[in-house]
Write a protein that binds this ligand. Structure first.
Ligand code: 28F
Length: 652
């Protein structure tokens, strides 16, 4: 029998089955990690961290260290029991090899080893392995150091072996994502930093340490009072009404922990929820229990204490306006259910009543113990109701009697879209009159409206609603969008399906973008949540044939510039666009507005904690903390001080 025949014979059915499972993950990575962009790349990290977190949640180890190594690969270490290494009776391979090469082997289905686990139910390790070009697992248990490694998408490289003795216990996983799967394999310090910060709020008493070998940076996240500190960090730049209210209720197999705080001059409701330390961004049964119980409890208390008339009620949306709350439930494995495909929405039915009762019991007690606060809170809710009604009346009035005046204000600036098909209409907010003029000329008149902004809009962070609506630029913008503002904002009334911010690609333009985004975040946040806010990306360069300028290529970055020079060949010229005004109407339309050719960046909130803090620091009144943040996070280069003019290079 030849060597090849021998090798083939060795391939047991099992190996082929393992191959196909790993192959399956590599063929459709999106099914497991959502995408292969940077967010998908970091899912590999979350899976490994979640396995380490599961071990700590169950009481084994209180230190998890994440290191970005010099070569860009990543390492996660925990001080748990160490992944089991015993030979699995059926599969005839060590447990760790099973966990890293088969999809449904995590063993986390049976709750004997785990009370709660938030990961992809044990498939996380295999997914990370399948999508990595190298995975090395070092296990410290039973006074021995075990080592096993995989490469090329999860193929066994070095079978499990003992490489030393130790009195430590825990698991270390080092992995390098596969560059043939991920366009970028560059881990982001900020992304991992924010995730570990969030984990440390959810898991008190555990040190989450992040290190970067290249920069020498390191940070240790540790909280004693979890969610209370989480809410404090979310409201640090706001005007709090009362203290953070928090409680834990473990009287039920489903454990509940809530922290919440109301703030004034905040028109959003900021409710975050988690199930087994994994964010449930689409809410679910625990959030429903929280919201219904909060409304019922406050109304009952207000009635009992005769702070509202018998037939009067306080509206849930008025109660939740200005509320920052974090809800965290721990659901035993066998009760854990999700709605829909993602794990973003908790489906466990009894979580509703468990959270509802837990909140009601505590909140009634708290209100009785803090009558002053309760009265202020009810006043705040009534003020919210009045503000909402005032804003609605203003909107009705604007539509009614004073129609001409308002239309005059708008028409003076706005070049409106002819179509009434609001969903397909787009509003371009353009910096400056010259660009505004070109945009009006070059636009698709049926679906595209242009609102030129004169100068810099007002910084609206932590200013009152009155100041906003009396500011000409924002009053026009609010009327133009037509969906109200703040508490009265109703996204279904928006006159546009897309709102596109189009500014120069310079520091002034960037500043205007942040001022507009701050306004939308504070007063029309549903537009951001619905993904309706975009930033136009005008080209940076135009490379053209000097002898025949009709031959030209637009470029959006330096890589495209180099490619365009080659494509146009000898005798090329380059325009460097410093501002929209340097493009004529049809260049602007062709490159930045035409649906078929333009590049738009959609504004999304990946991490509410980051946005909340970032806006507070960058746009708030405390210039010292802004200065500190810029010192720590912004690297200025000479390019910023003078925008280098690209000379009209003669083609080489
Ligand atoms: C850096 C990443 O993955 N840590 C882990 C353990 C510990 C156990 C375990 C993991 C499969 C069948 C349960 C040990 N001793 N860090 C990690 N630490 N997995 S992953 O068990 C998986 C078993 O059921 C462990 C006793 N019970 C569980």
């Amino acid at each position: 029998m030849t060597d090849i025949e021998k090798a083939e014979k060795n391939y047991t059915a099992r190996d082929i089955e393992v191959l196909s499972e790993l192959e399956g993950v590599r063929k459709r990575p999106g099914m497991y990690i959502g995408s292969t962009n940077l967010s998908g790349l970091h899912h590999l990290v979350w899976e490994i961290i979640d396995n380490a977190v599961d071990e700590a949640v169950n009481g084994y180890g209180n230190k998890i260290t994440v290191t970005i190594l010099r070569d860009g690969s990543l390492q996660v270490e925990d001080e748990g029991r160490g992944i089991p290494v015993d030979i699995h009776p059926k599969a005839k391979i060590p447990a760790v090899q099973l966990i890293y090469t088969t999809l449904h082997s995590g063993g986390k289905f049976n709750s004997k080893n785990y009370q709660v686990s938030g990961g992809l139910h044990g498939v996380g390790a295999t997914v990370t392995n399948a999508l990595s070009e190298l995975v090395e697992v070092t296990i410290y248990r039973d006074n021995k150091i075990y080592f096993i490694s995989f490469h090329n998408g999860g193929q066994l490289l070095s079978p499990l072996k003992v490489i030393g003795t130790t009195n430590k216990h825990g698991t270390t996983v080092h992995f390098r994502p596969d560059p043939t799967i991920f366009p970028s394999v560059k881990f982001s310090w900020d992304t991992i930093y924010n995730r570990l910060e969030e984990k440390s709020y959810l898991l008190t008493g555990v040190h989450f340490i992040l290190k970067d070998q290249k920069t020498g940076n390191s940070h240790d996240f540790y909280t004693e009072h979890g969610l209370r500190e989480y809410v404090q960090s979310l409201t640090q730049n706001k005007t709090p009404l009362g203290d953070v209210i928090d409680f834990v209720d473990k009287t039920n197999p489903i454990n509940v922990e809530v922290a919440m705080q109301w703030c004034l001059k905040d028109y959003n409701e900021n409710i975050l929820s988690y199930a087994n330390d994994v964010k449930t961004g689409d809410g679910g049964t625990h959030e429903i229990g929280f919201k219904t119980s909060l409304t019922k409890t406050l109304n009952d208390w207000a009635q009992q204490n005769e702070l509202i008339k018998p037939n009067q009620t306080i509206d849930g949306s008025d109660i939740r306006e200005g509320l920052t709350a974090v809800i965290s439930v721990k659901v035993p494995e066998e009760k854990l259910e999700y709605e829909g495909q993602t794990k973003g929405k908790l489906g466990t039915p009894e979580a509703t009543s468990v959270v509802s009762n837990a909140l009601q019991n505590f909140f009634i007690y708290y209100l009785n113990e803090h009558k002053e606060f309760a009265i202020d809170l009810i006043k705040k809710c009534q003020a919210s109701k009045e503000a909402r009604e005032a804003a609605r009346k203003a909107k009705e009035a604007a539509r009614g009697a004073k129609k001409k005046v308002v239309d005059y204000v708008i028409s003076d600036k706005l070049a409106s879209a002819q179509s009434k098909d609001y969903k397909n209409n787009e509003l371009f907010i353009v910096e400056g009159d010259s660009a505004g003029g070109s945009a009006k000329t070059g636009r698709d008149r049926l679906h595209q409206a242009i609102l030129p902004l004169r100068g810099k809009p007002l910084n609206t962070d932590s200013v009152s609603m009155e100041k906003i609506v009396s500011n000409a630029e924002f009053a026009t913008l609010i009327q133009t969008i037509g969906a109200g503002v703040g508490a009265d904002f109703d996204i279904t009334e928006s006159h546009y399906g897309k709102i596109i911010i189009m500014t120069d690609a310079d520091t002034d333009g960037a500043h205007i973008q942040t001022l507009l985004l701050t306004f939308f975040y504070n007063f029309m946040k549903p537009l951001i949540d619905a993904g309706m806010i975009y930033i136009a990306q005008p080209p940076l360069y135009r490379v053209y044939k000097k002898s025949d300028p009709s031959k030209h290529i637009y470029c959006w970055d330096d890589k495209e510039l180099e490619a365009a020079k080659i494509k146009i060949g000898a005798g090329y010229g380059i325009n460097r666009y410093k501002g929209l005004g340097e493009m004529n109407a049809n260049q602007l339309a062709e490159t930045t507005m035409d649906k078929k050719k333009r590049v738009l960046m959609q504004v999304k909130i990946d991490d509410p904690l980051v946005v909340e803090k970032r806006i507070g620091i960058l746009m708030g009144k405390d210039s010292q903390s802004r200065w500190n943040w810029i010192q720590e996070n912004v690297t200025f280069n000479e390019e910023d001080s003078f925008l280098s003019e690209i000379e009209k290079e003669t083609g080489k």
